[in-house]
Design a binder for this molecule. Structure first.
Ligand code: MCF
Ligand code: FE
Length: 406
């Protein structure tokens, strides 16, 4: 048993002073330091630096590791040119993306305090790096296929990748299902994929309403997607509608990435069905997609997680870089309460989204812990979340399943 006694302990949105945590692979007890020390007198005591705050390990619900080789290859600024550059450079980017490059990306996340992540996998290239990394990985096997002729084989290939990774379940890897998007997945296999996720009780995600072009295409088969679909896929009409796509997820909660272009009615449906949203502020900015309306999400009580997306639409996988971007982007929100909400989004809410027994410092949860150090002792508890976001580049200590990795 180990005991850690930080200056502050983050418990369900509050910061407790004079508290300790006893843990082995799971958290066994949380409480006032004297009580915890007398409960486990023979345990090893972990020293912490001054002004330390202990958080549950941070969770990145949405990242594309297979694109970790990108820094300047893809075209940023607006969605369609970006998508065209992905189509054009995909083969080159993914074939040169080695296990070493992907492992570096996992390391960068680890250093920033990420103890679990959801990786969107289109080919299974990241499997070796995910087996080697200490983090918990929810591996979202991506399904793409809008062409009726080849979609059944795309589905079979997806099932194969899913089953292959299910064998690594005892190595902290959990298989999950990712639908690429409403414009790239035919409604017939979409139904099959949702049923498959439900049957396996696997986390389910989809990119949804990311750009104006996507919305226009789905609503009226017009706009910037039209020439793209005509030239690449010989397709003149959208295969599904926004409503039909969303209805396919009824009865099984899904994690929708982006939703920047979602209107009130779609968000109401998302709320009603218990779905959640991945918010990737830097990706949205870099692909010219605008800003998610977090106020509306709050009013409708839709849980969201802040996530990095991949290096295909970002310049770092550091979760604190992402939180800082979110803090600056949502300039109308009260700064201190937004800071707390953002931290909750990458701990408690993110853990629920990925079906993890983590994201909280409470007994019975996995001992995934991240220690950050503030620049000085806070005079007011209410500043701690903000200071954590502003001043953390790397965590000072990090535990996954009770083992120390930083
Ligand atoms: O989330 C961003 C932007 N939206 C859509 N897709 C991706 C993102 N980053 C990477 N992608 C991948 C996606 O998973 O790019 C491919 C898919 O494999 C685009 S479809 C040819
Ligand atoms: Fe994405």
């Amino acid at each position: 048993m180990q005991i850690i006694s930080p200056d502050y302990l983050s418990i369900d949105g509050e910061y407790k002073k004079g508290y300790s945590v006893a843990f082995d692979e799971q958290i066994r007890a949380v409480g006032v330091t004297e009580d915890i020390l007398s409960l486990y007198p023979k345990s090893e005591h972990i020293a912490t630096p001054p002004h330390s705050v202990l958080y549950p390990g941070f969770i990145n619900t949405h990242v594309h590791l297979e694109f970790s080789g990108n820094s300047t290859t893809l075209r940023y600024g607006s969605f369609m040119p970006w998508l065209s550059s992905v189509i054009q450079k995909r083969e080159m980017l993914t074939s040169s993306c080695t296990t070493e490059i992907i492992s570096e990306a996992c390391q960068a996340m680890l250093q920033s305090g990420i103890t679990s992540f959801g990786a969107i996998s289109s080919m299974g290239l990241e499997l070796d790096a995910c087996v080697a990394t200490p983090q918990r990985v929810v591996l979202f096997h991506e399904l793409i296929g809008s062409d009726p002729q080849s979609m059944q084989s795309a589905f079979e290939n997806f099932v194969q990748r899913f089953e292959a990774s299910a064998e690594y379940q005892n190595m902290r890897i959990a298989p999950a299902v990712a639908i690429h998007s409403p414009y790239s997945v035919h409604p017939d296999i979409l139904g099959q994929a949702v049923a498959f996720a439900k049957e396996r009780n696997a986390p389910l995600s989809a990119h949804f309403l990311e750009s104006r072009a996507e919305r226009e295409w789905l609503e009226s088969s017009t706009g910037a997607f039209k020439p793209f679909f005509e030239s690449f896929l010989n397709q003149t009409k959208a295969a599904t509608t926004i409503e039909e796509f969303l209805a396919s997820f009824d009865g099984y909660p899904a994690h929708f990435t982006h939703c920047v272009e979602a209107h009130e009615e779609e968000l109401r449906k998302i709320a009603l069905q218990g779905h959640t949203i991945a918010h990737c502020p830097r990706s949205n900015r870099l692909l010219g997609c605008g800003t998610l309306d977090l106020e509306r999400l709050g009013r409708l009580n839709i849980p969201f997680s802040v996530a990095t997306d991949g290096l295909s639409s970002n310049y770092s996988l550091n979760i604190f870089d992402e939180l800082r971007a979110a803090l600056m982007m949502h300039a109308r929100h009260d700064l201190l309460s937004l800071s707390k909400k953002l931290i909750r989004s990458v701990t408690l809410d993110a853990a629920k989204i990925l079906h993890l027994n983590a994201g909280r410092i409470a007994s019975g949860y996995d001992a995934d812990l991240a220690l950050v150090v503030l620049p000085q002792a806070p005079e007011r508890e209410e500043d701690i979340a903000l200071w954590t976001i502003l001043h953390t580049q790397k965590v000072t200590q990090l535990y996954i399943g009770g083992k120390q990795y930083v």
